[in-house]
Structures are given as structure tokens and as C-alpha cells.
Design a protein around this ligand. Structure first.
Ligand SMILES: NC(=O)C1=CN([C@@H]2O[C@H](COP(=O)(O)OP(=O)(O)OC[C@H]3O[C@@H](n4cnc5c(N)ncnc54)[C@H](OP(=O)(O)O)[C@@H]3O)[C@@H](O)[C@H]2O)C=CC1
Ligand SMILES: O=C(O)C1=N[C@H](C(=O)O)C[C@H](O)C1
Length: 264
């Protein structure tokens, strides 16, 4: 039995994660972290299952009271970083779905996990199809190094570019020479027109109501283009990956950044 605490249970992702943990035989929902509802139970929260799971507003109090194995964090960038650090300091293995971690944040958490000899996972995207999109993009970039990334999300998203787009660019950077794309004399006559620049690759972020999470990686070569696209049309699409990460984090003793290291 793996005892799990979920931070952000009222959110889009948190609600689905609560449901998934309650429905999984080998998981037990030990508690949830919700800054607005400390002292209540899950059953008191609107739209959440009728379960006698304690709600804590203070993460350290939650870890001490419930002694969980795993923290699943689905909050926001600032809170996710604080929760991850507190989890590791209190002997709890973090599974972080929250995006907005910089390379320096990942490095800092990696050192902390190593010093505590605890498994930890930061997963910019839990959807299996999105992980395959990233892997396929890395393979394609070996042969077609000119590439741009277009990510599309709902308009409630706090961070841009998405964690998935940044991770995709990092994976591509591992296999291609650094290069500047477009015309060498290219100039933006409107700032931002060419998007964000990661090692010469451009990322374009769209935010619209009606979208969930979508990404297209477009490669260009002489006389041809290749498009690799993934769409999450609901948040249940992420749950098999969350489940897999909760199991895997119990088997490892270091930080893993990205589920592509787990799905070989
Ligand atoms: N890795 C992946 O596959 C995926 C990752 N994500 C990421 O997960 C995160 C959550 O996304 P989503 O569910 O759509 O966002 P929501 O805004 O729907 O949910 C975020 C939740 O976090 C809560 N929260 C905010 N601050 C705190 C805090 N200090 N303590 C405890 N809870 C807090 C909010 O509650 P309130 O503010 O009301 O207190 C809210 O319920 C984002 O970073 C997103 O990018 C999303 C989808 C997939
Ligand atoms: O905020 C979201 O919704 C999502 N965030 C993640 C990201 O930033 O890549 C994963 C997925 O795209 C949904």
C-alpha cells in the first residue's frame, strides 16, 4: 500500500488525482493539502468524493500527522517548489506535476533528493501520448534540426511557455548542434513576434478558452515539413502517468525529471 497526499485537491488536476488514488487498490489517500480548508475532511469540500480524508492547510503538519510515502503536487509554480522542498525535508517522496520549474530549480531539488536518498519525480507532462511526442520529436531532430514548437492551452494557465514545450526543446537540444533559425538578419518589428527562444528554437504559446493541452512540433527541411502533434482533451488523460509516477518514485533513490526516463 502506498500512502499518498495530494496538494491542490480542488483544482482541475487535483480533482482527477483524488479520484484516481481513491479508485486504485494499492493506493491510500492519507490526506490533502488545501490552503483554504484546513481542519475539514474531503467530504466537506464541494465537488469532491464523500471520503473521511483529512484536509490540512499546513504541509509540514500534514506530513507529520499522516506519515505519507508520496506527495503529489498539482498547485502552482511558487507553491509547488515550496511543497517539494518540504516533502524531501520530511522524508516524503515528491511527484510533481506542477510546471514552471527552471533548470536551476530542478538542479537544486536533485541535490536535495540525493542528500536525503529519496526518490523524486518532476513530470512536466503525465500523458503517455505527450511523452511519446517528445521522444519522437527528439528522434526527428537528429535528421531535421530546423524546428519550432507551438503549444496551446486553456486561458487559466499561469506559466508560459508550458513545461512540456520547455522539456521538448531541452530534449531536442540534447541531440542537435546549437543553431539560430530563420534569416540571420531577421528582426522583430513587433516584440515577441518570433516567440520565446530556447537554444535557437522558438516556442509559441497560445491561450484560449475551450482548449485543454495541445502541442505541435513542426520540423522543416528542403521541400518538406513534418508535424508531430499531441492533444489532451481532458485531464483524465494524465492519470495513468500520475499512477505510474507514484509507483516508480517508490523504487528510485534520485530525482527523475521527465517520464521519458521511465517509459523506455
Ligand atoms: N504534469 C502534467 O501532466 C500536468 C501539469 N499541470 C500543472 O499542474 C498545475 C495545476 O494545474 P490545474 O489543476 O489546471 O490548476 P488549477 O488552478 O485548476 O488548480 C490549482 C490548485 O492549486 C491550489 N493552490 C494554489 N495555491 C495553493 C497553496 N498555496 N496551497 C495549496 N493549494 C494551492 C488552488 O486552490 P486555491 O487557489 O483556490 O486555493 C487550486 O485548487 C499547474 O502547474 C499545471 O501547469 C496541469 C495539467 C497536466
Ligand atoms: O497547465 C496545464 O493545463 C498543463 N500543464 C503542463 C505543461 O505546462 O506542460 C502539462 C499539460 O500541457 C497541461
Amino acid at each position: 500500500m502506498i500512502r499518498i497526499v495530494i496538494a491542490g485537491p480542488r483544482g482541475n488536476m487535483g480533482k482527477e488525482a483524488v479520484q484516481m488514488v481513491l479508485e486504485t487498490d494499492q493506493f491510500e489517500l492519507a490526506g490533502v493539502i488545501d490552503r483554504k480548508n484546513g481542519g475539514k475532511t474531503l467530504a466537506d469540500l464541494q465537488g469532491l468524493p464523500d471520503a473521511a480524508v483529512p484536509v490540512f492547510d499546513d504541509p509540514v503538519h500534514c506530513f507529520q500527522e499522516t506519515q505519507p510515502d508520496v506527495l503529489v503536487d498539482l498547485t502552482n509554480p511558487d507553491t509547488g517548489k515550496v511543497h517539494m522542498k518540504l516533502a524531501l525535508e520530511n522524508g516524503v517522496r515528491p511527484v510533481i506535476g506542477t510546471t514552471g520549474f527552471s533548470e536551476a530549480d530542478v538542479e537544486e531539488m536533485s541535490l536535495l533528493a540525493e542528500s536525503k536518498e529519496l526518490g523524486a519525480i518532476i513530470a512536466p507532462n503525465f500523458a503517455i501520448g505527450a511523452i511519446l511526442m517528445m521522444k519522437f520529436s527528439q528522434t526527428a531532430a537528429r535528421y531535421m534540426p530546423d524546428v519550432e514548437i507551438i503549444e496551446q492551452h486553456h486561458d487559466r494557465k499561469l506559466d508560459a511557455p508550458s513545461g512540456t514545450a520547455v522539456k521538448t526543446a531541452q530534449l531536442i537540444s540534447e541531440v542537435r548542434e546549437k543553431k539560430k533559425q530563420g534569416h540571420p538578419d531577421e528582426e522583430e518589428t513587433l516584440q515577441g513576434a518570433r516567440g520565446a527562444d530556447v537554444d535557437g528554437m522558438h516556442i509559441h504559446s497560445l491561450r484560449l478558452p475551450g482548449l485543454v493541452a495541445h502541442q505541435e512540433v513542426i520540423f522543416g527541411g528542403e521541400g518538406q515539413t513534418l508535424k508531430i502533434r499531441h492533444d489532451s482533451i481532458n485531464r483524465r488523460s494524465f492519470m495513468p502517468g500520475v499512477k505510474m509516477a507514484c509507483e516508480e518514485v517508490m523504487r528510485i533513490g534520485v530525482l527523475v525529471y521527465g517520464l521519458e526516463h521511465i517509459i523506455e
